[in-house]
Design a protein around this ligand. Structure first.
Ligand SMILES: C=C(OP(=O)(O)O)C(=O)O
Ligand SMILES: [Mg+2]
Length: 567
């Protein structure tokens, strides 16, 4: 029978596929004692498990080829190492069960390797992986790490760490569902970057059995187990209608009655530029520069390296607008050489602009590199600071830009409620605002964005968050300045219309979301967007705001009819 679960949809689209689990590393198996008559059988079980793991590693090596093959073959040899197997059998002879004997024998071998200098010590991680695989095989649980599958699948996991996601093969992962993570977590941002449907914060997701067929609707957050033929047909129809709507919209962002809302890209470096250009973005609304600094946790990258990376991005958008955010270190992006190690609450500590004002040399070097990279190019460079709290912060940032000789528009990110409430005061110094709704939600609701259990409070449809967006947009409007959104809120098509109705002047998002936002905006008039915005703000909960906006926006409008008549 079909069962439906609901989590938080974070990456659009519908997909139907077979579930494969992300395996977790094996914890220490209990020391179950076995009677003497079971020992031979147990030794055979251990040998067979090691043989199967070795054969599997060799087969995967042959498939991968190159350097990966050498590594996997070396691991296969470890699994069958005669001395190691003899030690496993000796321990089983002493009364240990196979899982525990493997765990203890590998631990002894591991200690030897770790002591044996750099090269062998580097192989400790490979040895641990072999141990976890043999134990997983003995326990009959999924292998650790990403599933070994040649067939495309829907990945189920408690959460996905950046290290796991770096290895994801977009050709195999049809979509994913996680138990933890909120709309602004790593898993969600990655899903959007890959362009696969995803649902996060779904309690009990990992309880769904391997091999179950599921349909994942990344827009509504619904996950259907074993959908029947009728449900599949309905979902496929919806997906096809969606694709057709996407294909019909192109060009710059605008409502059907011609109110322009530039659609810009969020990028993390030059590697994200091709996808952004392919999606037809009108520029970059958020260039997160942290990527350059994360390579080396001990020092800032040289000015020359920075110039090279920035220039690559600027050259890709000749005459386009590129909004660069200066380094946002601290909290979820700590850097050893900048972030204090002893903060009791790093999200409320020295991060973002606060870090840079404490390290003016790092800020000056970055601003000089930006100026040098833009020199002689027609790019419209805008530079903004993360985590601006008040006018003193805004003033200090503008002054730093002036000192570095940077000729660019200067702006402030609105990520702290104080900045939204006093936006007009910030705008006496900066030339534009950009709403970072991920952090703005975190600080408005005192809800850590990394904690999946608080997903309800990080929902960007929360009316209190919409009130703060309206306050910032109204202030910018009154000052004749721009106010964009570059947080994940801009990637939700219906919410993008609401933000437009609230008066924001541009929307910046991961490239994969852009066609959905463009298509939705192109179906609505500005008046409809405004009605949806008013209805959402009048609601009391995020869920009610979503429903109210959906109802308000779908009412017919004279200008829609007029626009349709002209076509
Ligand atoms: C865009 C934002 O910045 P980041 O997600 O990089 O903190 C935000 O906080 O909304
Ligand atoms: Mg932020």
């Amino acid at each position: 029978m079909e069962t439906t679960f609901r989590g938080v949809g974070v990456s659009h689209g519908v997909v139907i596929g077979t579930v494969r689990h992300m395996g977790t590393a094996v914890l220490q198996p209990p020391d179950r004692r076995i009677p003497p008559e079971a020992m031979r059988g147990e030794q055979g079980r251990a040998r067979r498990a090691a043989d199967v793991v070795a054969a599997d590693l060799t087969a995967r090596g042959a498939l991968a080829g190159g350097e990966a093959q050498a590594v996997l073959e070396a691991q296969a040899l470890m699994a069958q190492d005669p001395e190691l197997m003899a030690e496993v059998e000796r321990r089983i002879g002493g009364g240990s069960c196979a899982e525990r004997a493997v765990f203890d024998a590998f631990a002894a071998y591991r200690a030897l390797l770790a002591k044996a200098g750099e090269y062998l010590a580097g192989r400790v991680a490979d040895l641990d992986d072999v141990r976890d695989r043999v134990i997983a095989r003995l326990l009959g649980v999924p292998m650790p790490g990403l599933p070994d599958s040649k067939e495309p699948y829907v990945l189920l996991a408690r959460d996905l760490a950046p290290a796991d996601t770096a290895l994801l093969d977009p050709a195999l992962v049809l979509g994913f569902v996680t138990e933890q993570g909120g709309p602004t977590s790593h898993s969600a941002i990655l899903a959007r970057a890959l362009g696969v449907p995803a649902v996060v914060a779904l309690p009990g997701a990992t309880g769904v059995a391997e091999g179950t067929v599921v349909a994942v609707d990344g827009s509504t957050g619904e996950v259907f187990l074993e959908p029947d033929a009728r449900k599949r047909a309905e979902l496929e129809r919806q997906a096809a209608a969606h694709e057709a709507a996407l294909a019909s919209a192109s060009g710059p962002g605008a409502t059907v009655d011609g109110h322009r809302v530039p659609l810009l890209a969020n990028i993390g470096g030059p590697a994200d530029v091709p996808a952004a250009v392919a999606a037809g973005v009108e520029g970059v609304g958020l260039f997160r520069t942290e990527f350059l600094f994360l390579d080396d946790n001990k020092q800032a990258p040289s000015e020359e390296r920075q110039v090279e990376a920035y220039r690559q991005v600027f050259e890709a958008f000749p005459e386009g607008r590129v909004v660069v955010r200066v380094l946002d270190a601290g909290a979820d992006k700590p850097l050893d050489f900048l972030t204090p190690a002893d903060e009791p609450n790093p999200a409320l500590g020295v991060r973002g602009l606060r870090t840079l004002l404490d390290h003016p040399d790092v800020l000056q070097s970055q601003l000089r590199a930006l100026a040098a990279a833009a020199a002689g190019l027609p790019v419209q460079l805008e530079v903004m600071a993360p985590m601006v709290a008040d006018r003193a912060d805004a003033k200090a940032f503008v002054e730093a830009c002036r000192q570095a000789g940077l000729r660019a528009k200067t702006g402030a990110m609105v990520e702290i409620p104080s900045a939204a409430l006093r936006a007009r005061s910030l705008l006496q110094d900066v030339e534009f605002l950009s709403l970072g709704t991920n952090d703005l939600a975190q600080y408005t609701f005192a809800a850590d964005r990394q904690v999946g259990a608080l997903a309800r409070l990080q929902d960007p449809w929360q009316p209190a968050l919409l009130d703060l967006v309206a306050a910032a947009a109204d202030a910018a409007n009154a000052e004749g300045k721009s106010c964009g959104v570059c947080g994940e809120a801009a990637a939700d098509p219906l919410l993008a219309c609401v933000l437009t109705g609230l008066g924001v002047t541009s929307l910046s998002m991961g490239a994969a979301s852009l066609p959905y936002v463009r298509a939705e905006l192109a179906r609505r008039t500005l008046a409809q967007c405004r009605r949806a915005a008013a209805a959402a703000r009048a609601a009391d909960t995020a869920e009610e705001a979503r429903t109210a906006a959906r109802t308000a926006i779908s009412g017919t409008d004279e200008r829609v009819r007029a626009a349709a008549g002209r076509r």
